[in-house]
Design a protein around this ligand. Structure first.
Ligand SMILES: Nc1nc2c(ncn2[C@@H]2O[C@H](COP(=O)(O)OP(=O)(O)OP(=O)(O)O)[C@@H](O)[C@H]2O)c(=O)[nH]1
Ligand SMILES: [Mg+2]
Length: 299
């Protein structure tokens, strides 16, 4: 991240910790997608911490930041991750998000990544083309399925997304599958339409698994384009308010993303980031690791 280099240089100068230093730091954090409120909170906390410990220059101040940032990330709820096994009810994962954030690409990446945690590791996923809004979206998922050797359940353009999930669960009945990963439409839903659509999918999932989905309702993961900065927070707020999300996947971290959004998601919405995506290839997805993330963020 180019932004991390900037932070690294800023702290590396060995400047005195005067008002100018803290003002400049707040400005930088805002630029890095921290949002003003959280930037000031972190600066105040750093000031307090440096005062208490007799820290006088930026190099020493940099050393206490990881701990402060970690505390911020710990404000997120512990992630409710799907613990899947074949032979049991498959876990249903819905990928949500606005247009173009990377839902379909992420569905394919997850379809390849998630089963690697299962014994055997081979394809135990069904992809559900529940974005029935655009014909091209269905085709796009089918192509991923072909490339990955993963089964894709699709209906015609304009069909009912819940019916696609129904058929995916029907196909998963053999017990061979551990996950159903559903791509959803990227159009900006009205809140009511989105809530109704997801409620219907929940009902389908419960009915298809005799109400015994072991870890509750389908997982709702929001995909956010990390390069959209604070707008990503607005998207998360809107979706979370409407449908209670379980977590976030940040895409396009390889582009011009600055990364502060992760701290805002945790501190403001208590939303954990589950995966980071850093490219268009299938392997460009990584489970989120707080310590690693903080290290990279600080440069
Ligand atoms: N650089 C980069 N590009 C990505 C990443 N994830 C997705 N993309 C690209 O972003 C574009 C949109 O991705 P899609 O997966 O089609 O996004 P979507 O949310 O399904 O889009 P709609 O279905 O139109 O709402 C594509 O060109 C992807 O290749 C990523 O992690 N890094
Ligand atoms: Mg799509």
């Amino acid at each position: 991240m180019a932004f991390s280099d900037k932070l690294k240089r800023f702290f590396g100068m060995g400047s005195a910790l005067d008002d100018d230093f803290f003002d400049d730091l707040a400005d930088m954090l805002v630029e890095g997608d921290f949002g003003a409120a959280l930037a000031f909170e972190l600066v105040d906390e750093l000031k307090r911490c440096c005062g208490k410990n007799g820290i006088r220059d930026s190099v020493a101040a940099r050393a206490v930041l990881p701990e402060l940032l970690k505390e911020m990330l710990q404000k997120a709820r512990p992630p409710r991750l799907p613990t899947a096994e074949t032979g049991k009810n498959p876990r249903v994962i819905l990928l949500l998000g606005v247009n173009g954030v990377g839902k379909t690409t992420t569905a394919a990446k997850l379809a390849r990544q998630l089963p690697q945690q299962l014994p055997g590791g081979e394809s135990k996923v069904i992809l559900a083309a529940a974005d029935t809004f655009r014909a091209a979206a269905i085709e796009q998922l089918k192509i991923h399925g072909e490339q990955l050797g993963i089964r894709v359940i699709a209906h015609n353009h304009g069909g009912d997304p819940a019916a696609v999930v129904y058929d995916a669960l029907e196909a998963a009945k053999s017990g061979k599958y551990a996950y159903v990963i559903a791509d959803t439409a990227g159009r900006m839903h009205t809140k009511t339409a989105l809530v109704e659509e997801l409620k219907k999918i929940d009902r389908v999932a419960y009915s298809k698994t005799d109400g015994t989905l072991e870890d509750g309702r389908p997982h709702r993961w929001l995909v956010l384009d990390a390069t959209t900065g604070s707008n990503a927070l607005v998207q998360a707020e809107t979706f979370h308010e409407a449908v209670e999300l379980d977590g976030v996947i940040l895409s396009k971290m390889d582009s011009s993303a600055k990364g502060g959004i992760v701290f805002q998601l945790a501190a403001k919405l208590r939303l954990p980031v589950l995966y980071i995506c850093d490219g268009e290839k299938y392997e460009n997805i990584h489970p989120f690791n707080a310590d690693e993330y903080i290290r990279e963020f600080l440069g």
